[in-house]
Design a protein around this ligand. Structure first.
Ligand code: F6P
Length: 552
């Protein structure tokens, strides 16, 4: 298995460094002029998605070197280990079997001798019965009225994926159940949400794999008190509260009826869990048929990832291009730019997926990396971003590779909006690539009637260097299948990057320290603990300010 030293001293790594210096001053526009087939050749398809990766600073030699690096890192072996349920989460000795959650049921995958695919199918059937009975009105609230709202309480992976998919599939909403999400420990979040719903017709879903997450448990308690103070009784809790967790006993101790606890498993990472019962809000919003179609789309991408040659493999191509810019061009960030209102939460979901997975500093063997690992993921919906941060992409000093994501057809063909949106999306990737030269900038100013001297002075400000790389991902429409495939594509892209960098992409020890320190600070804020301090003067000062602000 590769170590960090082995990675950077591999001949494939050295070949890529050489490629980088050869391509340093080659404009992409020239590569297009030299190869009229470039757009067709640098185009790949799978699971209903198409990727145009021609606007990248690559040649056939670069791609060959990237695929050689992937093979040298045993990408195919690592992929097969992931998909077969090997303990790829090294530090926690667990498989990462999110792909089993969308496996249609005709494969056996054993974890500790148990066929997890069969367990998944049983849980899906449980979800189906529950969701159908709520949506068709057979299951009712304590006062006999059908349910109208669901408050989903969870954070991180127990929040971001369901929220993304629920929003993305709005055209498929059944209009029976309105889903609301509460995540953080800011009281405003739960206060505002509960003030919008009626306890008589509201289900409360507590989503926590561990059932130990402070934000979720505290918000769950507030929801419980709210329910009891608004007319519900302890007995009614059984009809109104449900949970998804791998810690069933803690959910029951919280007061949730065992029949309303949906299982999660250790072999599902939080940020990969929307495909499990954590996806219940999606199912309540769009019905189980559409939820199963979402799983089918993700499964199609799993099959593509498993079977397509690396050269045509969408997650592999996108991951290798990210490695290329991250490790050989010094790109610190990567922009996710969905040109579709329904996909507006994709950047936020991918932040957790990618940054929690690949924000690591040591190899699987524990040695410090001597190369960069995961970049900062950021972005937002087009065309809004064009009037905000795209300026920095075009003229800032940093290299920011971007993924443009757009459907060919809109669910809402309002006036000429979709053509305008598409034109904007294409114009951005074109502007990033082509830029504007000093001569053109000056000629435009002269044509506008400026004097030679004025044009000379102003032109440098109007230069756009170009040669900024981007991918364009397209799909016919935003459907359950394409949304499933899109999210699974990024999951596998994340995995491939981690495989090249030799990381454990499935643990997240970095988030633990903040939790530990938070637990030490909390009693000092409330005055219920030891006031002596082992902390720093800044923290002490801020604690004192908080405490004095709470005095009547
Ligand atoms: O603290 C980070 C994290 O562990 C994420 O990985 C996870 O998705 C989130 O917290 C929520 O965890 P849980 O589902 O156990 O409440």
């Amino acid at each position: 298995m590769a170590t960090s030293t082995a990675l950077t001293s591999r001949p494939e790594w050295q070949a890529l460094k050489q490629q980088r210096s050869e391509l340093q001053s080659v404009p992409m526009t020239r590569l297009f002029e030299q190869d009229p087939e470039r757009a067709q050749r640098y185009f790949a398809e799978g699971a209903g998605l198409s990727l145009d990766y021609s606007k990248n600073r690559i040649t056939d030699q670069t791609l060959e070197a990237l695929f050689s690096l992937a093979r040298a890192c045993d990408l195919e072996g690592r992929r097969d280990a992931l998909l077969s349920g090997a303990p790829v989460n090294i530090t926690e000795q667990r498989p990462a079997l999110h792909t089993a959650l969308r496996n249609p049921g005709n494969t056996r995958i054993l974890v500790d001798g148990v066929n997890v695919v069969a367990e998944v199918q049983r849980t899906l059937d449980h979800m189906q019965r529950f969701v159908d009975s709520v949506v068709n009105g057979a299951r009712k609230g304590y006062s006999g009225k059908p349910f109208t709202d669901l408050v989903s309480i969870g954070i991180g992976g127990s929040y971001l994926g369901p929220k993304l998919a629920t929003e993305a599939l709005q055209p498929y909403w059944n209009q029976k159940i309105q889903c609301h999400y509460v995540a953080n420990i800011d009281g405003t979040d739960i206060h505002e949400t509960l003030s919008r719903v009626n306890p008589e017709t509201t289900l409360v879903l507590i989503q926590s794999k561990s059932f130990r997450t402070m934000e979720t448990l505290e918000n769950g308690k507030v929801a419980r008190e709210w329910f009891l103070s608004q007319g519900g009784t302890e007995t009614d809790i059984a009809d109104h509260f449900l949970a998804v967790t791998a810690n069933v006993s803690a959910a029951e101790a919280f007061g949730i009826d065992a029949r309303n606890v949906f299982p999660m498993w250790d072999w599902v990472g939080g940020r990969y869990s929307l495909w499990s019962a954590i996806g219940l809000p999606i199912a309540f919003s769009v019905g189980m048929d559409n939820f199963r179609a979402l799983l089918a789309g993700a499964h199609a991408m799993d099959e593509h990832f498993r079977t397509a040659p690396l050269e045509q493999n969408l997650p592999t191509l996108m991951a290798l291009l990210s490695v290329w810019y991250n490790n050989f061009w010094g790109a610190d960030t990567h922009a996710i730019l969905p040109y579709d209102h329904y996909l507006r939460s994709l950047p936020e979901h991918l932040q957790q997926l990618d940054m929690e997975s690949n924000g690591k500093r040591v190899t699987q063997e524990g040695s410090a990396l001597d190369y960069e690992s995961g970049p900062v993921i950021w972005g937002g919906v087009g065309s809004n971003g064009q009037h905000a941060y795209h300026q920095l992409i075009h003229q800032g000093t940093r290299l920011i590779p971007a993924d443009f994501i757009i459907p060919l057809q809109s669910h809402n063909p309002v006036a000429n909006h979709h053509a305008n949106l598409f034109a904007n999306c294409l114009s951005q990737s074109q502007a990033m690539m082509a830029g504007k030269s000093l001569d053109t900038a000056k000629a435009e100013l002269l044509a506008d009637g400026l004097s030679e001297e004025e044009a000379e002075k102003l032109a440098p400000h109007k230069v756009i260097p170009g040669n900024k790389p981007s991918n364009t991902l397209i799909m016919d429409r935003v459907t359950p299948e394409t949304v499933g495939a899109l999210i699974a594509l990024y999951e596998h892209r994340t995995f491939v990057q981690g495989a090249i960098w030799n990381l454990d992409s499935f643990d997240q020890w970095g988030v633990e320290l903040g939790k530990q320190l938070g637990n030490r600070i909390m009693p000092r804020l409330t005055g219920t603990g030891d006031s002596s301090t082992d902390s720093d003067s800044s923290t002490d000062h801020l604690i004192a300010l908080f405490r004095s602000a709470q005095r009547p």
